[in-house]
Design a protein around this ligand. Sequence first.
Ligand code: GAP
Length: 448
Amino acid sequence: MNDPALETIVSLCKRRGFVFQASEIYGGFAGFYDYGPLGVELVNNIKQEWWKAMVREHDNVFGVDGAIIQHPKLWEASGHVAGFTDPMVEDVVTHKRYRADHLANTDSTDLAELKELLKDVTSPDGNALSEPRFFNMMMQTWVGAVQDSSAVSYLRPETAGSIFTNYENVRETMRAKLPFGVAQIGKAFRNEISPRDFIFRVRELEQMEMQYFIRPETQAEVYEDWRTFAWNFLIERLGISKDNLQWHEHDEKERAHYAAAAHDIYFKYPQGFKELWGTHNRTDYDLGAHQKASGKDLQYFDDQTRERFTPYVIESSVGVGRMLMAVLVDAYNEEEINGETRVVLKLKPSIAPYRVAVSPLLKNKPELVAKAREVYSTLKKEFGNVMWDDNGNIGKRYRRQDEIGTPYCVVIDFDSLEGDTKDTVTVRNRDTTEQARVTIDELISHLS
Ligand code: GAP
């Protein structure tokens, strides 16, 4: 089975320690999730892969890590305080609130259109709905000792904000010339009207974003380059099947307030093809707005052409949780082996939470355990993410490692201790289930 249901993924995540509900012992908290031991490893590997491809492999892309709470004027200037909204309707009896576009099953956020589409629609509880109106998703807090309106500030709704306000700092400190990019990985917060579909739509999310500052006349070409980057990254660096991906172009009614063009890569989630990664042309909207609001000159002076202008921005933006969910759904397989079903996560080895698991055949035989511990320390020094697994019989260990996507299991048995096979181990391959006898000396190169 290669198209797992949402409940299958949720249950795997809980059972194997990838993702837990936040505040679970209090009944959970809608829109918030915690990553468990396996989830945090997988997420860190995904983020590292993105950072490598985006920052380390580009001479002209630089990293930053901005504060989550910025000056409220930033979000007024960016248009988020006024315009970061989703259309909402309310059940007139229960007062539960819903995304109007979701109930109307459309990508449009046009209120008149939504009103028309929803005229015969009732709430999921069968009651009449209010007229659609906009709801602002900014999460507010107060900064300082006085909690009045002058202290209101916001948890960032996207990481991009501090990239725009640091544009000049990065340009100057890195002596950067156009085109150049600024990348960031970090948390963002959105008061989603109806968080849903597990970690797909949450209120606390993590984003990986990059803003690429360019000359305006290069916008079309650069836009295509970053679309290609995103597509190739998913296939080549994360191993996602291209059959599970498709493009979706935003029409005018769907685009965010800052975007002149937007293309999303949709992934085939259990709930259907949905947005995973966006490429947006933000033109000079943001630098222009911050320049106007702050009074600081954010223009670029090209010393070759002697021109002064406000750079355009092409943005690449993806949610870490949505990427994790796509990776899990894509890798999930159920296979029949000897009349039994095995669940296997066929993760690309470079992002698997554990590269290899090491086991003594029996855990009550000290000589096997000692040899296995030796092999374990050698591999741990080399790969870092190596698991010691001596729980249950070997069959159970293989099933457990298959389910968490460990590409190899190394088993130390009695043949490892004496005779012609002394200092050899069994290496079992997750995808083929085949076993090979490998000398301990060759183990690192075999696994690499
Ligand atoms: N800076 C541009 C920006 O934030 P966006 O389309 O609103 O654009 C970018 O968000 C990406 O962030 C999305 O493609 C998605 O992967 C992720 N994302 C957005 N809202 C989310 C939410 N509520 N829960 C999880 N991920 C979300």
